[in-house]
Write a protein that binds this ligand. Sequence first.
Ligand code: GUN
Length: 278
Amino acid sequence: MKIIDGKAVSQSVKERVRDEIAEKNLKIGLAVIIVGNNQASRVYVNNKKKACEFCGISSYEYALPEETTEEQLLEIVESCNNDSRINGILVQLPLPSQINEKTVIEHIDSNKDVDAFHAVNVGKIMIGEYSFLPCTPAGIMELIHSTGTDVSGKECVVIGRSNIVGKPMGMLLLHENGTVTICHSRTKNLTEVCRRADILVAAVGKAGFVTADMVKDGAIVIDVGMNRNAEGKLCGDVDFDNVAPKCSYITPVPGGVGPMTIAMLMENTLRAKKLQTL
Ligand code: GUN
């Protein structure tokens, strides 16, 4: 069993982005918009700004109060759409309940939508014609590639069908010719379905959800979970201690998928610049 080092793979992606930006002497800006006082969001946003600094991307933070209205947020998005210094726009989710997330996402210029959340970019992912890669699934593909595994013909099982992870994850695996099953809360015989997987991706949001009996010997297990256990410790969706001995490869939490999402965001911000320049 080998633990996939997400920090190391993420570092090499960020170095690739940094080197290309330096070599071509590109001036790139990313707007990072955060609304309210969600602590996890604050940590993510700080990490995204740090990654920008590493890569040589200017980050422009807009930290707005909890009571911000939808109109106020839309105005800021609009001004970023029209600002030529800004190549990418990221609105950190979740947003406070008075703001409709879908309305805000659809307001972002699809050529600056570095999260690939806009319907136009989601549609492009469906037909395999990417402007932007969905960050978390694209990061997971990099992790799988780092093991030297060819996805073609493999049984791939994704647990979770969110728009951000589960659904686009299924598409990326399908584009590499995996045989893909997406499971969710209504799936029957979940354990049996998961046991078929050569590649199992858990994006459920429940600590310890994936137990050893759900994993085939030699499987690659990717844990997208970001949960806090009873002691407040960060943990994934996989019961790591019992599952790991059965795997060929497994990602840890923290230090697995998390750092990859940010690295792929940097790559998308570079892509945005190229899209807008060419
Ligand atoms: N909230 C949780 N994950 C993400 C992400 O990848 N991007 C944004 N903008 N918000 C998130």
